[in-house]
Design a binder for this molecule. Sequence first.
Ligand code: DGL
Length: 265
Amino acid sequence: MRIGLFDSGVGGFTVLKKVIELCPNSSFIYLADTARLPYGLKTTDEIFQIAEEISFWFSKQNIDAFLVACNTTNAIALDLLKKNLDVPVFDLIGSVASTIQESRVGVMATPSTVRTKAYTNAILEFKPRTFVIEQPCPEFVPMIEMDKINSEDLTNVAIGYLQPLLNQKIDTLILGCSHYPLITPLITKILPSSVKLVDPAEALSLKLKLFIDSKMSNFSKKKFLIDSKFYATSDHKYFSLKAKQWLNLFPEVNLVSLQKKGCVS
Ligand code: DGL
């Protein structure tokens, strides 16, 4: 089975990693829209435009399923992606919302995701009496992409973002941006051990696995490393180094333009 997924940059690697663990016989097409990173500070209209171009590009890639490995696009443009793609679409927010059992939930996400209240709405749909508080974290993605993972600056920024959530006595923290699991060690250091940390990619990959298991006999089994493909909209050589750093793979990354006219594949 051939699975398409995208993110603005390296964030989708956290989703890809979980999915590879559970679905090792699939092959993947990973698209990183590095030219427009970060998504989390963009307007709703800009995200709609991006979703339009990304779904158009993926509609030509002959995929069997599609993963929205970016929470910002998930929060704003999920319906548009579903409308434009004629394969099953799996998303992070919808997948994780139904699994939340706790009563005081904190969500860290990009400003554009928080603006939509998509996490709050999705959780309340399943558990209407849950208290949900969402914290925008504008500096995380640029710092993660610039590799400031172990800096004191990032630690101070993280403490600042977590404090309002801890003041509200949360019992669960959802990492509502796919970049954030890359700094799980830092977050775990600050977070009291009583607070459960949730990566939505786990719920998404479980859903995907169920889907694949139900269909697998119809698809030939493929080997991930041989058949998977990586694309980026800028700095593709640098992005290949990132894949080595975060996935321990060293793929050839192809440069792609998402503008409809010049669509290269
Ligand atoms: N990793 C994406 C998300 O989950 C996009 C973050 C960004 O580019 O700001 O929201």
